[in-house]
Design a protein around this ligand. Structure first.
Ligand code: C5P
Length: 304
């Protein structure tokens, strides 16, 4: 049983003050993009995880992996053993700020549910996703959505047309908790007043609904970007190269270090990707489109 799930970019990531539980309330506008992982679930004597693809050497293969936690959570819900082999085919950058781990968690949950025939209702699957992590519910639903709370309370958003993106993949990852802490530290140091509960920007929602890439480029916003740049100053060079090469706008994706560039069309995407790769300011560049679907079953790969 193979399930695919896509990466995301945050076209708005507004971060509130730290909460008592350590999380931050967000106005998080997610957009699913073409990069995707696949998780294959097969019956096994006990829970086993394998992983292949770029960066897979950095993926933990123990019980801390979100796919293992997903299988264990679903099995416990249905009073069964998580006796399954989960194989992850990675394409989404590891620790890249594109919700790769969350995509794998959502894919594993759905793959196990289908393999076991447990037919968990959608609302329950979404609850289990939220237990796994703040971004996991969005990986299940895909498209575009506004995430409130810590990002797990979703409202679907209308999107028209196709948005073209280029992603500059970095060497090495950034830890999401470290980036959030740096964001708090920078804001404290600057004496910034931070809302408890941030609000979505109507300009972002209108641009998505209208399929207007120029308007969306003008409204892209990521409160974690200053923190990611402070931790990884070289990302400023990557952003400058992409914008100079013709992107409408560049932004750090989520907690980074992947940089996301919104471009006018597929032709520009190719040119921006080539310029980024030639610049030596990133490991690789990938052109893709949005929106992309939520986690979904795919026919078995005969070579797997
Ligand atoms: O929910 P998830 O496990 O993916 O979050 C990873 C880390 O990111 C959290 O432990 C927390 O440090 C940070 N985070 C946060 N506020 C959010 C989401 C995540 O501070 N809304």
């Amino acid at each position: 049983m193979t399930v695919r799930a896509h990466a995301k970019v945050n076209v708005q990531l507004a971060v509130g003050a730290p909460r008592a539980d350590g999380y931050h309330d967000l106005a998080n506008v997610f957009l699913a993009v073409g990069l995707r992982d696949a998780v294959t679930a097969r019956p096994a004597e006990r829970l086993r995880i394998t992983c292949a693809g770029p960066g897979s050497e950095h993926v933990p293969l123990d019980g801390t992996n979100l796919v293992a936690r997903a299988a264990a959570l679903l099995a416990a819900r249905h009073g069964r053993e998580p006796a399954v082999h989960l194989h992850i085919d990675k394409d989404i950058p590891v620790a890249g700020g594109m919700a790769g781990g969350s995509a794998d968690g959502a894919a594993a949950l759905l793959a196990c549910d289908l393999l076991w025939g447990t037919a968990t209702p959608r609302a329950e699957l979404l609850e289990l996703c939220a237990e796994l992590g703040s971004d996991v519910p969005f990986s299940l639903v895909g498209g575009a959505a506004l995430g409130r709370g810590r990002g797990e309370r979703l409202t679907g958003l209308p999107v028209t047309g196709t948005f073209h993106w280029v992603f500059a993949l970095a060497d090495g990852g950034l830890s999401t908790p470290v980036v959030y802490r740096e964001c708090d530290r920078l804001r404290d140091a600057a004496g910034e007043s931070v809302p408890e509960v941030p609000e979505p920007d109507p300009a972002v929602l209108a641009a998505l609904a209208a399929g207007d890439a120029r308007a969306l480029a003008g409204a892209l916003a990521n409160d974690l970007q200053p923190a990611a740049l402070a931790l990884r100053p070289a990302l400023a060079d990557t952003l400058a190269v992409g914008e100079k090469a013709g992107a409408l706008a560049g932004i750090v994706s989520g907690s980074g270090p992947t940089c996301a560039f919104l471009v006018e069309d597929a032709g520009t995407a190719g040119r921006v990707a080539a310029a980024l790769e030639a610049s030596g300011t990133c490991r690789a560049a990938r052109a893709t489109t949005a929106p992309a679907p939520g986690a979904h079953r795919v026919p078995p790969d005969p070579d797997a």
